[in-house]
Design a protein around this ligand. Structure first.
Ligand code: SF4
Length: 340
């Protein structure tokens, strides 16, 4: 059984202007110890997908359907008390900005101890020993001397390490990381990603890595879901996505990968902005921005289907296979020419 199986997940928000369909028919599975990357621009629905799974959307204004089977149990139909038990214990989340999750008026030691005691019947001494163990595991130098410090006494990178310690303190089966390195400089970003990879090996947790950055996906993921305007447009093993990308939106994301040596954007960027989800475009939602748009794209929504050669590689685009292969090869050749 998969650790997490998401089937046809849909989430809508009631707003003053109407209903926003933020997640529209998303399906994927996460296996034990594996990393799934969910990639897309902001507003593509990747964060809302995970907030829905964790039951963290505002109940009054949110409607969800589909299934999110956690070890076979549907989280969408679970009681709030059951979800609270799972969150922070079996499943935990780290966010882009640790200051939104860390309480500024308590020491990090107190917060880590509370995180343990919320789910485990242990003494403060035992919980504090666990807190110290985790602070050392995430590489806080002289952890014994820092455990009674407040969050503002840590740098951005060190705060993110504390958040990772907090997320892993109860040895979760799944860690959901929402843009965990976006606010950090490039060097610290690489350190945090390496740390997460190492800890994943030690702790055996599965990870859902939410990011707008295909570079982060390439570094960390086993499988990748590419989302655009609330829908999955491509889903593949990471190796296949980078060697045979099948969707023009993925090509656009690959074209705007930062070059490692200069950290500047390449010239090829996706034109325009993501659409409003109040009134998404007809047919293929990417059509107003797609350089390959055809008549059918404006009227008929492409289905998410397996490619001819690989049943595990799904894509939603009307282009014929020959064109997809030719354009993907051109992109990969130009990428290699730039790198080489
Ligand atoms: Fe572009 Fe048409 Fe494919 Fe959509 S279906 S990505 S508009 S070619």
């Amino acid at each position: 059984m998969a650790l997490l199986e998401v089937k046809d997940l849909r989430t809508s928000f009631k707003t003053e202007d109407g209903i926003v369909k933020a997640v529209d028919g998303v399906s994927f599975t996460v296996e034990k110890g594996q990393t799934l990357g969910i990639v897309g621009e902001s507003g593509s629905g990747k964060s809302v997908t995970c907030l829905t799974i964790m039951g963290l959307n505002a109940k009054r204004t949110t409607m969800s359907s589909g299934e999110a089977l956690w070890k076979g149990k549907d989280l969408l139909r679970a009681k709030s008390s059951e979800l609270r038990k799972i969150r922070g214990d079996e499943m935990s989340m780290i966010f882009q900005d640790p200051m939104t999750s860390l309480n500024p008026v308590h020491t990090i030691g107190k917060q880590l101890v509370e995180a343990v005691q919320l789910h485990r019947d242990v003494t403060v001494r035992v919980a504090k020993a666990r807190a110290l163990e985790l602070l050392k595991a995430v590489g806080i130098p002289k952890a014994e001397g820092r455990i009674d410090d407040y969050p503002h006494q840590f740098s951005g990178g060190m705060r993110q390490r504390v958040m990772i310690a907090m997320a892993l303190i109860n040895d979760p089966d799944l860690l959901i990381a929402d843009e965990p390195t976006t606010a950090l400089d490039v060097t610290t970003q690489a350190q945090i990603l390496n740390l997460m990879k190492r800890l994943q090996e030690d702790f055996g947790s599965a990870i859902i890595m939410i990011t707008h950055d295909l570079g982060v996906v390439a570094e960390t993921a086993d499988d990748v879901v590419v989302m655009y305007a609330a829908k999955v447009v491509e889903h593949a093993k990471v190796h296949d996505l980078f060697n045979r990308p099948q969707h023009p939106y993925t090509w656009g994301l690959m074209g705007s990968l930062p070059r490692l040596e200069t950290d500047t954007e390449r010239l090829v960027q996706i034109p325009g902005q993501p659409p409003s989800l109040l009134r998404p475009p007809s047919g293929c939602r990417f059509h107003p921005r797609c350089p390959y748009v055809m008549g059918v794209c404006r009227t008929t929504e492409p289905k998410l289907l397996a490619t001819e050669r690989d049943p595990s590689h799904l894509q939603a685009c009307h282009l014929d296979q020959e064109t997809k292969d030719r354009e993907a090869n051109k992109l990969i050749e130009s990428t290699m020419a730039e790198v080489g």
